[in-house]
Design a protein around this ligand. Sequence first.
Ligand code: ZN
Length: 291
Amino acid sequence: MQSLRRSLATHGARSFARGGAGAPAPVAFFPPAASTLLNHRRGKSTEALADDLVKACDDLLAAGKRINWIFLGAPGVGKGTYATRISKLMKIPHISAGDLVRDEIKRGTARGAEMEAITSTGQLLPDSVILDILKDRVQRGIENGERGFLLDGFPRTAAQAAALKEFAEVQQVLNLGLREDILVEKCCARRLCKECGKNFNIADINYPGDPPIVMPPLNPPKECEHKMEQRKDDTEEVVKARLKVYKDNAKPVEDFYEKEGKLAEFQIVSGIPETMPVLLTKIIGIVKASK
Ligand SMILES: [Zn+2]
């Protein structure tokens, strides 16, 4: 359930507090044997690359830089999952706007109560509110000696990007992409166990091409098999509408960072274990170049 809640960050603030509706599915996993094989073929293992990334980040910090990164990407791309793993390796906190809002509400602060009042009526939180708690969080991080941050699900609009710049210098933005027809297919194939609440994905994606796109299903174990449920809003029509809203908002954000020379693209074409070494190699290259 934790990853489900975290991944809510990719959606409107309205769904932050409500939870559940509209959460993107985790990306399907590659069986270990296949990933080991592919890593081997590519040369460095994920573990060796992880060590390289730690070192590259340490060097950057020693040079007096901070590691302020952002992951962008459509709902369903697996952004939250990648952000969680990469932030651990970079030893920076993974900050999701959705988590911040939920934490504030859970802590029962005056601001949290205000936010709950807004979201409970189904309204979106105004930019200023989200920016306020994010600013506090970043400030707290600096005071506590954090090395930077990996933002996930923020900024959503160019106005938010401009406001963020006022209190935090972003070093790098990585835009995670996945072919749209596959995003739709994956979102429609999400299943939830009504008993244990775990997420699965029954999409078995295997498209020939260059590169071929292979994303095996994340099937439920035996005990969950007959308790699978699909969310009401995971229909093709709703998923497509959701993606359109995302894209309309994301384009100006991408343009904003493109203009600043901070935008990099990363296309996902496989499951997590196979993607990780490629993604790590890309990130190591960026970190080394920014020293
Ligand atoms: Zn179950």
